[in-house]
Design a binder for this molecule. Sequence first.
Ligand SMILES: NC(=O)C1=CN([C@@H]2O[C@H](COP(=O)(O)OP(=O)(O)OC[C@H]3O[C@@H](n4cnc5c(N)ncnc54)[C@H](O)[C@@H]3O)[C@@H](O)[C@H]2O)C=CC1
Ligand SMILES: O=C(O)[C@H]1O[C@H](OP(=O)(O)OP(=O)(O)OC[C@H]2O[C@@H](n3ccc(=O)[nH]c3=O)[C@H](O)[C@@H]2O)[C@H](O)[C@@H](O)[C@@H]1O
Length: 433
Amino acid sequence: MRISVIGCGYLGAVHASAMAELGHDVVGIDVDAAKIAELAAGRAPFFEPGLPEILASAIATGRLRFSTDIADADGAEVHFIAVGTPQAAATNAADLTFVDAAVESLLPHLAEGALVVGKSTVPVGTAARLAARIAVAAPHASLAWNPEFLREGYAVKDTLEPDRLVYGVADDRATSVLDQIYRAAIEAGTPRVVTDYATAELVKVAANAFLATKISFINAMGEIADATGADVTALADAIGHDARIGRRFLNAGVGFGGGCLPKDIRAFTARAEELGRGDSLAFLREVDEINLRQRQRVADLAVEAFGGSVHRKRIAVLGVTFKPESDDVRDSPALDVAVQLKGLGAEVIATDPEGVENARRRHPQLDYTTSTREALRGADLVVLVTEWREYRNLDPVETGRLVAAQRIIDGRNVLDAVAWRAAGWTYRGLGRP
Ligand SMILES: NC(=O)C1=CN([C@@H]2O[C@H](COP(=O)(O)OP(=O)(O)OC[C@H]3O[C@@H](n4cnc5c(N)ncnc54)[C@H](O)[C@@H]3O)[C@@H](O)[C@H]2O)C=CC1
Ligand SMILES: O=C(O)[C@H]1O[C@H](OP(=O)(O)OP(=O)(O)OC[C@H]2O[C@@H](n3ccc(=O)[nH]c3=O)[C@H](O)[C@@H]2O)[C@H](O)[C@@H](O)[C@@H]1O
């Protein structure tokens, strides 16, 4: 099928490449000329494992092009909307400016029978509003909402082999068009839920709200464990054996960040309030607060480690991205901790295998290095906040030779506390004795 993908960020660039990989004829469109120049040259503008390979192979087939000109969407049968929906500047609500602008810009280019397919995460009610707009301005076209569940770091696999497909549609034709697009996944037995717009929009935010709640739940248990000498990791293992609970997303630590979970739970809460159902999602405020407390807790542990002040202490912060296998620093707990410590007067040296460039752009006041050894050398304290494999595999004895003082805070509870203590380190985890 002929497809356009409007918005080529973490979601859209992967989606465009994956659709071409599946055999469709795709044009990716973005207003960011630098991003489009990179993509058109076959280079991924951000770190995402597997993307460079499918990008290059799809471009080589001639089935994938990139453009800054919305007119290049002309003639496509399906137009995916994959632009950002960040938190609005002054409120918790989602900023829909980009979605609205993308749909407006598409209207003159919609061919007879074209299907606009929303992938961006939006507040419930957005699809119905946009469908009404399309019905007036381009009545020969229609709309579906097809939320995306990919995880950064696994985006290519998640796009090609999704857990499930969700279609929010107003008619059967939209379902059959989406079935053609996702034929390979459907033939592989991927569950598919066909529903209305509102349910499809809600499925997406409900899924992220559930994941965020699961993480904050275990972090709340971690706070209680801290107060009682219990071990939250053993607790998570034990409750995780119950198949109804499950062990995934029960890793206590510095908490969740990124371009999605934090802003999605806030936007969901804001939307519920607009709908007069604020009470139903009041618990998500608590989920947010528990989450933000973990960042504070790591900073507090650092201060505690020096008996009350980090002033002029050299602190190595391992990790700046919101999670490993990504260069994304949006709402990163790791970067937040580094900035807090710097603000308290510490000499922070932050390191990350992929995120330094993005972090430096946001927080130029910090010192960065891409070398773990350089970060560790002479440190009075080491703070592990993003669990890249390289940091998980650090050898406590060898690391001990690099630092000035053997103090470590394991903000992700991924190190072997016994081994680190045996090597002479003062080890602190979160919710672990
Ligand atoms: N990043 C992720 O892992 C996932 C993101 N989502 C959702 O997908 C949406 C996009 O997220 P990301 O890709 O992370 O954001 P992003 O910020 O990386 O990408 C958005 C892109 O849209 C472009 N854009 C903005 N206005 C435009 C316009 N009028 N026309 C063309 N391009 C325009 C921007 O230049 C940018 O490149 C959000 O709603 C997000 O919640 C959903 C699932 C996964
Ligand atoms: O809507 C989105 O954009 C996406 O948001 C998340 O994906 P992502 O943000 O890429 O990352 P996750 O793997 O979900 O991790 C989110 C955050 O939670 C943290 N986390 C995760 C798991 C855990 O047990 N503990 C924990 O603190 C991670 O470190 C990270 O900061 C969802 O997992 C995706 O399904 C969804 O599509």
